[in-house]
Design a protein around this ligand. Structure first.
Ligand SMILES: CC(C)(COP(=O)(O)OP(=O)(O)OC[C@H]1O[C@@H](n2cnc3c(N)ncnc32)[C@H](O)[C@@H]1OP(=O)(O)O)[C@@H](O)C(=O)NCCC(=O)NCCS
Length: 176
């Protein structure tokens, strides 16, 4: 499996413990957490735990969220990537899901979409996923716009952990 990929502006690579300060800046911001459970982290230990958890996913499933780095400055912008989800969500279990989360000052520059395109390709051509899924809070317009730009299609709305969610799907075009 690949461990890093470059785009025009971005370096995408596996998360490292040295990303912890960036992860804490990302996840301690309540605005970032508005549509992802409203539980921003309070301590750096929580960010350390998050990175350890993702690194375990690399070992268990060969995939997990990756760091997104701005090549020009070497800054940590946030994360994106494909997670293998083993619990049941919207009647699906053991599926590949695309997600992204960026530090607020880096929103509105197209980075999430630029990284997301790579991970759609990665899901189908490296992981050989039959289909790629995503879900978002119903009101998360910025996230829904990205999913549509990436070619995912709205399927249904459902309730999950007390929130109204929307479910998106893209079948592997190589298998259709
Ligand atoms: C969701 C999230 C990643 C969206 O980030 P984003 O920066 O708006 O998304 P994109 O990368 O697609 O950027 C699109 C914007 O950049 C603008 N842009 C600027 N330069 C651009 C460029 N060179 N190329 C493409 N778009 C560019 C676009 O016009 C667009 O702005 P608009 O929405 O006003 O039309 C971000 O809001 C976030 O991290 N939120 C918190 C976590 C979260 O909710 N995650 C999703 C959970 S489901």
């Amino acid at each position: 499996m690949k461990k890093s990929i470059e785009t025009e502006r971005l370096l995408l690579r596996e998360l490292q413990m040295s990303d912890v300060d960036g992860m804490f800046e990302l996840d301690s911001n309540p605005n970032v957490h508005l549509f992802v459970g409203k539980k921003p982290v309070k301590s750096i230990e929580e960010s350390i735990g998050y990175i350890e958890n993702v690194q375990q996913q690399y070992k268990d499933f060969g995939t997990g969220r990756w760091a997104v780095i701005l090549k020009e400055t070497n800054e940590f912008l946030g994360w994106s990537g494909i997670k293998f989800i083993t619990n049941e969500i919207n009647n699906h279990k053991d599926f590949y899901e695309i997600g992204y989360r960026f530090i607020e000052k880096h929103w509105g520059k197209g980075y999430a979409t630029e990284a997301g395109k790579v991970f759609v390709d990665y899901a189908f051509n490296e992981l050989k996923a039959d289909a790629l899924y995503a879900y978002a809070d119903e009101g998360n317009e910025n996230s829904r716009k990205i999913l549509e730009k990436l070619g995912l299609r709205y399927i249904n709305s459902f309730e999950y952990e007390g929130e109204f969610e929307v479910w998106y799907e893209l079948k592997n075009p190589n298998l259709v």
